[in-house]
Design a protein around this ligand. Structure first.
Ligand code: C2E
Ligand code: CA
Ligand code: CA
Length: 603
């Protein structure tokens, strides 16, 4: 029963242009295991998405978990297996070749690592031993010791894969002859096609005197087509597109089917219009298929510097395609510098987040919550700020979506939760009236049990009453797991606030299934509701509903006197917003609170 569907946030998609080594190191910094970091850095080569690569490589961490063989070795075996492993039990020649390659890897790895191949020897500690593990975490040994094993492995792998490609081309193995049903082999085929494509493109870049454009495109809502007409029909469409591309790409134009419905064309051009008319012609051709109306999204990157890394050019076309997908007005988008900025931003955050924790650059700001009737502070919300020495203040909306994707939000939230508890304790010690502080609990925490433990430990350690630390959870489409976790938190005695009510999928079912104590009405919701009579009526009903359900109600983002008056009129007393106060450093809030306490005593 959805009552409001106003807006829901689009997740940012990222493109990355990194070498295997850079990618692997980045993943290691994001706290993936070395086997995941290594295999993850090759995911692209196998046409795998990162999640799948992580899942596959997780099971290769077994030896490592016992403190035994280094995860880089097992994951490298996986890379080699995917790239050159044998698939036909009768093919002895291939089997021997594959075995030789794996032996060669281990020999070279052992030599370059000075004979050390076991996880416990590389780290100097045994990860299967909890005490050792605590030291590994505390001293950050993984980030100190593992990069070498990762980098050695990747160097050897890249070298061996290049050799393998030479071997394949010398033996004139026609990749098209390989049976389709063999999945591994399909992956190998894909990888080799990609290398082949990149070689051609590189040659074009070096030899052509004209400008070069990268066009990446895909089919909008391809998944829905697949689901409604069946995968076979989906495959027919893809084959049809490949056929059309074969006709359209001759001599100086190259194309590749990167994965599923994503294609890329690289072409020479003299004027920008040529690329657009190429796309328009292609679009007409593609739309000839069985009267199905296919909507495509095209991204174009026009190469400015031919010496730039090829992957970077591909990524820029990918970014433009993703932007085209979100654009309702046009389906062709040119890459522009703004995209680059957002990519740099992501890189910056990923590279600096760890240091930001250790250097205490994250800070807790507090925004007061007021009672309209009493004109008094009744609590506060803790909001994170990142004060970077060069970049200045970075606001949560610019980094939280990224650190939620890579899981780093856990660390940031734990830090803010602790700061909030310390603040509550400080108020208690000063003898203030109790002032509850709410903290944001990212959805990432609600996937496992760690947060319950962390929160309970914090409460115990600081010796503060549980009811003073309130938890804000963003409402979301019905998610059983989140509901379950909320129940557990509730059982533990925490107060739960439903954040951003009315901003996305506000379903009454969520209220039914999740034991919230307070509803926080989203800023947009208030704005939308206040502008019309109908909206006001809905708002009144929500207030009445909260009352009947004995739920607390607080309006967020209150900016004007009119809003305050209206909210008061319909019976919503608790508010938070710039009209009263902006989020502020904790000592400022402390002084504000102190002033209020003094006034109360005088009265
Ligand atoms: P939120 O939880 O909905 O927090 C309210 C946001 O609205 C805050 O932005 C606050 O500064 C802003 N705000 C408050 N009153 C007004 C107003 O009257 N007008 C306008 N225009 N804005 C107002 P902020 O601090 O930038 O945080 C943005 C979002 O980032 C938060 O939305 C929350 O989802 C997330 N966030 C912030 N801190 C944390 C944190 O420590 N952990 C987690 N997991 N998320 C956080
Ligand atoms: Ca919040
Ligand atoms: Ca909110």
């Amino acid at each position: 029963m959805i009552i409001v569907e106003v807006l829901y946030k689009l997740q940012t998609e990222s493109g990355c242009s990194m070498t295997h080594k850079e990618k692997a190191e980045q993943l290691l910094h994001q706290q993936y295991h070395c086997s995941q970091a290594l295999f993850g850095s090759f995911a692209d080569d196998f046409g795998l998405d990162l999640k799948t690569a992580f899942k596959i490589s997780t099971c290769f961490g077994g030896g490592m978990r016992q403190g035994g063989v280094c995860g880089c070795i097992t994951a490298s075996m996986l890379v080699l297996g995917m790239a050159i492993g044998f698939y036909d039990a009768q093919d002895r020649e291939h089997e021997i070749y594959g075995n030789k390659k794996t032996d060669e890897f281990i020999k070279r790895f052992t030599e370059q690592m000075g004979g050390v191949t076991e996880c416990r020897d590389i780290l100097g500690k045994d990860i299967s031993n909890p005490q050792d593990m605590a030291v590994i975490r505390k001293e950050g040994l993984i980030l100190q010791k593992c990069p070498k094993a990762l980098s050695v492995s990747i160097e050897i792998l890249e070298d061996m894969l290049a050799d393998h490609l030479k071997y394949v081309s010398e033996r004139n193995i026609d990749l098209a002859d390989i049976p389709k049903e063999d999945e591994m082999q399909v992956l190998v085929e894909k990888m080799s096609r990609l290398r082949h494509f990149r070689r051609n493109v590189n040659q074009l870049l070096f030899t052509s005197s004209k400008d070069i454009g990268f066009i990446q495109f895909d089919i909008r809502k391809f998944k829905i087509i697949n689901d409604s007409y069946g995968e076979k029909f989906g495959d027919e469409i893809l084959d049809f597109i490949k056929g059309q591309l074969k006709q359209a790409c001759d001599g100086k134009r190259y194309f590749i089917n990167l994965r599923s419905d994503v294609f890329m064309v690289v072409a020479e051009y003299e004027k920008e219009d040529e690329l657009v008319s190429f796309i328009n012609d292609l679009d007409v051709r593609i739309n000839n298929f069985k009267n199905v109306n296919l909507h495509m999204s095209y991204g174009i990157y026009m190469v400015e510097d031919k010496k730039m890394e090829l992957r970077q050019m591909e990524d820029r076309a990918a970014m433009a395609r993703k932007a085209a997908k979100k654009n309702v007005l046009t389906n062709i988008i040119f890459y522009n510098e703004q995209f680059k900025e957002s990519l740099y931003n992501r890189k910056f955050i990923e590279e600096n987040m760890q240091a930001a924790i250790t250097k205490k650059q994250f800070m807790m700001y507090l925004q007061p919550k007021y009672s309209i009737a009493k004109n008094e502070i009744i609590g506060a919300e803790a909001l994170v700020r990142w004060r970077h020495p060069e970049r200045g203040m970075i606001f949560p909306n610019d980094f939280i979506p990224i650190i939620e994707e890579n899981g780093f939000i856990r660390k940031v939230d734990y830090y803010i939760w602790e700061e909030a508890c310390c603040f509550i304790k400080k108020c208690q010690e000063e003898g203030f009236e109790p002032c509850p502080v709410s903290v944001n609990v990212s959805r990432v925490h609600l996937r496992d049990n760690e947060c319950i433990q962390v929160l309970s430990d914090l409460i115990k350690e600081k010796g503060i009453p549980k009811e003073l630390l309130e938890l804000e959870i963003t409402e979301s489409a019905d998610d059983q797991q989140i509901s379950l976790k909320a129940f557990q938190l509730k059982e533990e005695g925490f107060t739960l606030l439903m954040d951003d009510f009315g901003s996305g999928y506000s379903s009454l079912n969520i209220l039914l299934e999740t034991p919230f104590d307070v509803i926080k009405l989203d800023k947009k919701f208030i704005e939308n509701m206040i502008v019309s009579n109908k909206g006001r009526l809905i708002l009144e009903q929500v207030v009445a509903m909260a009352e009947k359900l004995r739920l607390g109600l607080l309006a967020e983002g209150v900016e004007t006197k009119e809003q305050v008056e209206l909210l008061q009129k319909i019976g919503c007393d608790q508010v938070q917003g710039y009209y009263y106060a902006k989020p502020m450093p904790e000592d400022e809030f402390f002084s504000l609170l102190k002033g209020q306490q003094r006034k109360a005593i005088q009265r």
